[in-house]
Design a protein around this ligand. Sequence first.
Ligand code: BTN
Length: 304
Amino acid sequence: MAQKLKMSRVGVWSRINKLRRQGLSIDASQNRGYRLAAEPDLLNQPLLEAWMRESGKTCKVFVHDEVDSTNSFAERLLANGEKGPFAVLANSQKEGRGRLGRSWHSPRGGNLYLSVGFKPNVDILKLRSFTLWQGIQIATLLRSLTGIEGISVKWPNDLVHDKGKVGGMLTEASIDCERVRSLVFGIGLNVNCPLKRFPSSLAKISTSLEDLKGESFRIHEIAAKVIKATLAGYAACLKGEAEKNLVGKWKELDALADRRVVVSGGKKKIVGTARGIDSSGALQLKLRNGRTKSIQAGEVTLKE
Ligand code: BTN
């Protein structure tokens, strides 16, 4: 190792100790060298960067132990002139945000709290289905990475399985003259954190990759690959691929397909059968009178 890195053995040893102080568990064997014994559940910037190089797509990353919200952190970076794309990750969030003003429970260690910041400067229409499109990319990635076939997307921003919600996405944008000036795509993913660390009201509607598979996952690998999928999904969206392929791809992963649902928005509740989405991303709801209603926004729950 010393030869390869062109440094003294003492130099290697002191760097290994530095990594140990950062929480990495490294075995040493005389005359054979060092070995990463197990990957930590807490984020480590050099290890994440190594996984990102391995995954072949990199961007600047900001790793924190605790932040208010990775989305808010990314928004501040963009407002202060940081050029996208970049990723912000944290081991925990004090004020993690969900959709519709909800909070996102963000216990420390084992789960992913990630936001990717962009400076698109493109017409708003190009990004109108961005969250749905990214949901497809991430559900596809998680299926192939974990082998958990049942991971699906629930309109508009949930990653789900029959056993419960596994993750959620929150896209926030600053728009000026019909152009998206800055964009933050945030994702929270339940990976290894035990559900017993969730409040019981949340635990009963949630699941995690570990809960579904019965084994834990390498958080740095998942983070690197989710970042890669997010960057690739964004580039494809700007090229117009979302417009062409959204409806067809959504069908393959749609958790609500042909299910009886209740859509709530404000004081109104509408009951119908979910029939996919249209090319603008609106949920298509078949009503009892035979008509189809396009739903632009709302909260969907299963009727039965
Ligand atoms: C939802 O299902 O309502 C969306 C949840 C999005 C949570 C993620 S965690 C990382 C990023 N930072 C936040 O404050 N929210 C998103």
